[in-house]
Design a protein around this ligand. Sequence first.
Ligand code: ACO
Length: 327
Amino acid sequence: MTNRAVITGTGAFLPRKVVTNRDLEAEIDTTDEWIRTRTGIRQRYIAGDDEPNSYLAVNASRRAMEMAGVNPSELDMIIVGTLTPDMPMPSVACLVQKELGAKKAGAFDLSATCSGFLYGLSIADKFVRDNGRMKVLVIGSEVLSRRVNWQDRTTCVLFGDGAGAAVITGTREKRGILSTHLHADGSLWEFLAIRGLGTAQPVTQDVLDKGWQYIEMSGRDVFKNAVRALESVTLEALEANHWTADDLDLLICHQANMRILDHLRERLGLAQEKVFINIDKYGNTSAASIPIALDEANRAGMLNPGMKVLMIAFGGGFTWGAVALEW
Ligand code: ACO
């Protein structure tokens, strides 16, 4: 009998500070109306100096482990999807491992931008299918506010900070993760990038003057490619599981932009209540957006045994992917 991977606990954690669109109006040349109608965002959470990525990740993890009834000492692996680690070395995952006291767990970060949580789930799925006794903690955690140019109104209004986590364990029942689908197209990287502060463009005055420490984005190109890729990976996952769009009980999409979600819903002919939306509260939290949404849906009682759930994401790289599961 084959092992399958199931999600037994979810958790999320947000920084203390909320920044509303009205707050931004006071700082830059924008309006609440522009932000709401173009993106669906009303507010976002912004981490303070004492709330680094690993702090958010640890707190989201504790909530997920509490729900799963799993102790840190039982964890075998910790995977963190992030593009905004505390520092280049060590990984956020190692800092989480230390803070939780997860002594026997391996730990690593993975870099797949907004698709990071789904890439992490996909790896966890492989571990657990191989050994059904494994307990894997998958986290998506971001402090994007530190990589946003707060003078650039075309990007700074979009992003927020936060973390979400899930505990993955094995089952012999025919449920849990059914299929995973991961894709990338590195040829389009320049449409969404942070060029500086890596080894190609290290910290120099020139790099800082060019603003290469910040997120740069060609909004329309991202939009076009996101819609196309999200639709295609959804159809791929539906076909792999012999589902139609009507069979889906809940679509949890990376919360990048309300208009992307609306476009997708229309293209797939999905009812409004089948598409989970919380972008209004958090903005785009990159790798954290799907696990935060999953936890919110879970705690709101929207996920019942036997429900067909599809999670899809798209982000810089470009990367995109889907995870289909039966709850
Ligand atoms: N407030 C007020 N005006 C603004 C703002 C702002 N915050 N930002 C831009 N504008 C202005 C522009 O300067 C421009 O003015 P102009 O016509 O006088 O030149 C006008 O609004 C239109 O700008 P566009 O960039 O053409 O606006 P667009 O309708 O394309 O919307 C947006 C921009 C929301 C970024 C859109 O392109 C988009 O949603 N792209 C998807 C990108 C995305 O979601 N990225 C997230 C990261 S990737 C991911 O997670 C998938």
